[in-house]
Design a protein around this ligand. Structure first.
Ligand SMILES: [Zn+2]
Length: 156
């Protein structure tokens, strides 16, 4: 991909992102680091979202991380970025459920099953895959609960 020389870091980022009209995420179009973050090379290799943060918001305090409100690692929208410590970053990921994905066999808490059953009862036209996403489980888990193949004893 050959792009005109960017006069500023802002322009450099803007030339290399595609804005998602729904989420307003600025998705990095070029290569990605194996970690999932966009990879920029301007004045040396760096992570694209960090370059974007510096260009719009200013210097990143030493030792701190740039976290995403949108949970989208290759997003470079400065409004979706915030400074945090490593533990903020981990806590944030935990809150957003990145660590909650479980296997089909892992057991759910009774209260969670109850909530899923209520969601299934009231789902209307909502697909089961949507409910699965909301509860961060695989669609099979929802399907089995819906068919009363699992967690039969939990009543709502
Ligand atoms: Zn975003």
């Amino acid at each position: 991909m050959s792009l005109p020389w960017a006069k500023s870091d802002k322009q450099y980022v803007q030339q290399r992102v595609k804005i998602d009209p729904k989420t307003e995420c600025w998705n990095w179009k070029l290569s990605k680091h194996p970690s999932g973050y966009g990879s920029a090379s301007r004045g040396g290799y760096q992570r694209a979202h960090r370059l974007a943060y510096r260009a719009w918001k200013g210097a990143i305090p030493k030792g701190l991380y740039i976290c995403h409100h949108c949970d989208n690692k290759d997003c470079c929208n400065p409004d979706h970025l915030f400074v945090g410590t490593q533990s903020d970053n981990i806590l944030d990921a935990y809150r957003k459920g990145r660590f909650r994905k479980r296997s089909n066999n892992a057991s759910l808490k009774d209260e969670e099953v109850r909530q899923i059953k209520v969601a299934l009862r009231d789902r209307g036209d909502k697909p089961m895959t949507e409910i699965a996403k909301e509860f961060k489980v695989s669609p099979e888990v929802i399907y089995l609960i819906n068919k009363s193949e699992t967690y039969k004893d939990i009543k709502i």
